[in-house]
Ligand binder design. Structure first.
Ligand SMILES: [Zn+2]
Length: 504
């Protein structure tokens, strides 16, 4: 058994003093926290000494952050987009994710892990797209193993084509454009067989599996039921996208009349709505749908930066809180949030209440910290997200000498409103130090950057080619978006929606 004693740090406790957390020792044995505070002396006994001691005086020890909705596939597209509507952006990035060289896939997975770790994220829930290829899955999992981050991995699957799941495209798009977005249904049996085979792949203590039907409106009923059965058989969490955009609510009203125009009720009917389910976004959920999500114990993962950048609307944080829905936070794709940083997510989610009213919001800083750690861990069924005996040793040391914490008035508020990721000093995953003094210990960052410099010219050239190729599609989607944006689905997520685009 290996043991590590962290001494001298202020230790953050969600249920304790979240402004001035007291100094306490924390003992880690192998991958688990086995004692904190006064328990440590007893746990160590008279003669026993820890193998290693980490002097953390002047630091704040917090639970590791969980990026509960993440896609690593478009890391190389970071910064390539200004603001692009969701459907257009999806087709760019999906095209750029397909058939990429193995080395590029490895590189993007590693670089994503580095960025997350250095921002204090100890777990990512990577929903992989364009990964219907066993060797690709293997490449990604090997990279995660090398990086040392905890990953809840899933391959996003669907069987209904975009031509049937995006409103009005069958009417508005020429046949060649329908082919370009995908007009043929998939075979659920084949998809499920592929998933079953992947679940047999190696598991490490840091690799956990989940199932990801891409979105309820993109999956047929037989496929949803097959996923429910597999999740129950293997005890797996299920992640999906839900109501990211207005068009998804519109689609639900038109296609799911038998379920009251509701994708939430559709998921309930097929047996998916329960504690193992986390939905990313949930932005355009009606109040009755939020109530049902809350009653069934399903979680909503809020991706505020991505929602705002893709012009999906304003996440209804107050409504979610009012409905009592369990929450987690995610950073979504690299090219729609451009960073994997839960400090940004926490701050934004707390401040978004101003979109609704001048009154204080329903999300406090301390609650945001709990959601970003324990809330995220709960979406994967992990015993993590709090610093106490029996929890996984996924921990972060923040340097209290960083300007974000000077003067030190409140741990919770300064984590949420002041910190940017700059104070992340040391990161521990599964009991192992993976970031020390702001540098990863598992990877040679310089050699990754050199490999990236070699890969980018070809990637950028390919991106420009795809951009030219997709020009007609982007124009067609502009007409489709105008039609969708003129629709009323009974709720509003744009504080002042305008039918026409802003003048240049
Ligand atoms: Zn997503």
């Amino acid at each position: 058994m290996t043991s590590l004693l962290i001494t001298g740090a202020r230790v953050y406790d969600h249920d304790g003093d979240v402004d001035q957390p007291p100094v306490a020792d924390v003992l880690i044995e192998d991958s688990t926290i086995t004692a904190t505070g006064e328990e440590v002396e007893r746990a160590l006994g008279a003669q026993r000494r820890p193998e290693r001691t980490l002097d953390a005086r002047g630091m704040l020890l917090v639970p590791g952050f969980v990026n509960a909705h993440y896609h690593s596939y478009d890391l190389l597209a970071k910064g390539l987009f200004e603001e692009v509507p969701l459907e257009v952006w999806r087709h760019y990035t999906a095209r750029m994710a397909a058939n990429r060289p193995r080395e590029e896939v490895r590189l993007r997975t590693l670089l994503g892990a580095v960025e997350c770790l250095k921002n204090g994220i100890t777990t990512v829930q990577d929903m992989s797209i364009q990964a219907y290829d066993p060797s690709l899955v293997e490449t990604i999992l090997e990279a995660y193993d090398e990086a040392g981050i905890r990953v809840v991995f899933s391959v996003s699957v669907r069987d209904l084509p975009d031509a049937d799941t995006i409103p009005y495209v069958r009417e508005l798009f020429a046949p060649d454009l329908l082919d370009a977005i995908g007009a043929r249904a998939g075979d659920p049996a084949r998809v499920m067989a592929f998933l079953r085979a992947q679940l047999e792949r190696h598991r490490s203590a840091r690799l956990h599996w989940a199932l990801s039907p891409s979105a309820p409106h993109r999956c047929s009923e037989p496929m949803m039921k097959a996923i429910v059965a597999l999740a129950e058989e293997r005890g797996l969490p299920v992640y999906t996208h839900l109501y990211e955009a207005l068009g998804h609510a519109l689609q639900a009203r038109e296609r799911h009349g038998a379920d009251g125009g509701s994708l939430v009720r559709y998921m309930d009917r097929v047996g998916l709505l329960g504690t193992r389910l986390s939905v990313a976004h949930g932005l355009w959920s009606r109040p009755d749908e939020l109530d049902l999500l809350a009653r069934r114990g399903a979680r909503v993962v809020v991706n505020a930066v991505s929602n705002l950048k893709l012009k999906d609307g304003v996440p209804p944080v107050n409504e979610l809180r009012r409905a009592g829905v369990a929450l987690a936070f995610g950073c979504d794709c690299f090219s729609c949030s451009d960073t994997q940083n839960l400090f940004q997510s926490m701050k934004l989610c707390c401040l978004l209440a101003a979109a609704e009213s001048p009154h204080p919001g329903l999300l406090s800083a301390a609650e945001a910290v709990r959601i970003a750690t324990a809330g995220g861990a709960a979406t994967a069924g992990l015993d993590a997200g709090a610093i106490r005996r029996g929890m996984k040793a996924d921990l972060v040391l923040l340097d209290l000498a960083d300007p974000s914490f000077v003067p030190f008035n409140s741990a919770a508020r300064q984590i949420v409103f002041s910190e940017t990721g700059r104070a992340v000093h040391t990161v521990i995953v599964d009991g192992r130090v993976v970031v020390r003094e702001r540098c990863t210990t598992t990877l040679e960052e310089r050699s990754l950057q050199e490999a990236l410099a070699e890969a980018m010219p070809a990637y950028r050239a390919e991106f420009r080619r795809v951009e030219r190729e997709l020009e007609p599609l982007a124009r067609a989607f502009a007409a489709q978006a105008a039609r969708v944006n003129a629709c009323d689905v009974g709720i509003e997520r744009y504080p002042r929606r305008q039918a026409a685009p802003n003048p240049p």
